[in-house]
Design a protein around this ligand. Structure first.
Ligand code: ADP
Ligand code: ZN
Length: 223
């Protein structure tokens, strides 16, 4: 299965991706994670993007598309299955992606779109904590770790708040998102690849809907 997961910041993409990639054996490509790693390592790219990311602005299209191209080219999963998370973010990136996929002869199957209301998002993001070592995502009230302050997956004691998860930056990221999402959705709607899911509900329901769409797709493809 070759998938794009779209939705505003705070719609629960991180958590859903963890489950999806395990259940469907997908190469998970999160441009946000990759870019944060570049910053952490202090690479040339990392230095270039630091200010943009900390303030919640988008990194330039050519740079992210190049990163995604490299990852997809190295994909060694069966059927070249992947899950793109946080990419494409703009129409220009979506066009880049189609070019890349055409070259690799691996067309996209579905675009999963998480619909969320802005008020909930602010609440979700200000309470979000991320494991510094493995990237697992928690929420102080909605999804705390089993043992306070300790990552369920890797045992790390560093559950931190992302620098761009302050209320001011979140509001800005939301505005950036609303600016770019419509052209992107029109593009994918025209390709009839979009499946919409109401992500204001509890993650287990959202997950159930997503699995339903993926199972349907698998069944029709094998007919
Ligand atoms: P969120 O979905 O919560 O905003 P991400 O981890 O997906 O968080 O992205 C964090 C930041 O990384 C963005 O605000 C932006 O600066 C940068 N970024 C990630 N993906 C892209 C992309 N596809 N295009 C441009 N910038 C990106
Ligand atoms: Zn961890």
């Amino acid at each position: 299965m070759r998938l794009v997961l779209l939705g505003p910041p705070g719609a629960g993409k991180g958590t859903l991706c963890t489950t999806l990639k395990k259940s469907f054996d997908l190469l998970h490509i999160s441009t946000g994670d990759i870019l944060r790693e570049e910053m952490k390592q202090g690479t040339k790219i990392g230095l270039e993007i630091k200010e943009l990311m900390d303030s919640g602005n988008l990194v330039r299209d050519e740079l992210v598309s190049e990163i995604v191209r490299n990852r997809l080219t190295e994909n060694d999963k069966e059927d070249k299955a992947f899950l793109l998370d946080g990419y494409p973010r703009t129409l220009s990136q979506a066009i880049d992606l189609d070019k890349i996929l055409e070259e690799l002869n691996t067309p996209l199957d579905l675009v999963l779109y998480l619909e969320s209301s802005p008020a909930l998002i602010i609440k979700r993001l200000t309470g979000r904590r991320v494991c510094k070592d493995c990237g697992a995502v928690y929420h102080i009230t909605n999804r705390p770790p089993k043992v306070e302050g300790t990552c369920d997956y890797c045992g790390s004691h560093e559950l931190i708040q992302r620098k761009d998860d302050t209320e001011e930056t979140i509001t800005h990221r939301m505005a950036v998102y609303l600016d770019t999402i419509n052209p992107l959705m029109n593009y994918y709607d025209a390709q009839k690849k979009v499946r919409r899911v109401d992500s204001d509900r509890d993650p287990e329901y959202v997950q159930k809907d997503l699995f339903k769409f993926l199972d349907e797709k698998r069944t029709t493809d094998s007919d």
